[in-house]
Ligand binder design. Structure first.
Ligand code: SAM
Length: 221
């Protein structure tokens, strides 16, 4: 292939991806505009539409009790943390690898939960173990189904390790998992450590999204 042909081919490829990018961002924009939860979140001053997922999970499974302490993993921009404070209101620690705007009454920690030192940082900041461990952690999607599946599964497994480390006896763990629910070692571990395990996809979780949630109650130390 001549140099000219090579350049021509590369340019064509770049244009093709730009076109794909454009149509996927247009699709995203259209979805945002037509999404009732986006409108509701804006009207009610929520940080993100994700707030309604945890609200709907709580309405179905009653995870928050007044005074409960909450460890929120993958918390940015903070809508779950705000819901936790409204519905439970105990000591609340929100952790994310990204910066997060402050939330009244929440302690915010910027840390990569995949790093072991994060465990120590959380220990230092917490007064006691927690009544609830939440995880809405998500890796940025690649569009490659099995890669996205593996990464989401890995984050759910990581969250479960934090739950085992940080939950009080009788505590609740609620985490984003891949559709099809928890399986394999993660499900076995949860079964070993919790009295009840349910899977639930709240209405606010987009139909086309492969996410669902596991709600594990009654942590047994
Ligand atoms: C779907 S968002 C969470 C939305 C949040 N529940 C809310 O309602 O505002 C997922 C979050 O997981 C975080 N995350 C992913 N991997 C992480 C990691 N290794 N350590 C800490 N946070 C992580 C991302 O930075 C992102 O903010």
């Amino acid at each position: 292939m001549s140099k000219k042909e090579k350049i021509f081919r590369t340019t064509k490829e770049v244009l093709k991806t730009a076109k794909r990018r454009k149509s996927s961002s247009t699709r995203w924009l259209q979805r945002q505009i037509n999404d009732p939860y986006v409108r509701q979140a804006q009207a009610e001053g929520k940080r993100s539409r994700a707030a309604y997922k945890i609200i709907q999970i709580d309405e179905r499974y009653k995870i928050f009790n007044l005074g409960d302490s909450v460890l929120d993993l993958g918390a940015a921009p903070g809508s779950w943390t705000e819901v936790a404070l409204e519905r439970a209101g105990g000591f609340t620690l929100a952790v994310d690898i990204l910066d997060m705007d402050s939330i009244k009454k929440a302690v915010i920690l910027k840390a990569d939960l995949q790093e072991e030192e994060s465990v120590e940082l959380i220990k230092k900041l917490s007064v006691d173990k927690f009544d609830i461990v939440l995880s809405d952690m998500a890796a940025s999607t690649t569009g490659h189904k099995s890669t996205d599946h593996i990464r989401t599964q890995a984050l759910a497994e990581l969250a479960a390790l934090y739950a085992v480390d940080f939950l009080k006896k009788g505590g609740t763990f609620c985490a984003k998992v891949f559709q099809g629910g928890t399986h394999g070692d993660l499900l076995l571990d949860l079964k070993k450590n919790f009295k009840t395990i349910k899977h639930y996809k709240p209405d606010a979780s987009r139909k086309g999204s492969p996410e669902t949630y596991v709600i594990a109650k009654g942590f047994q130390e």
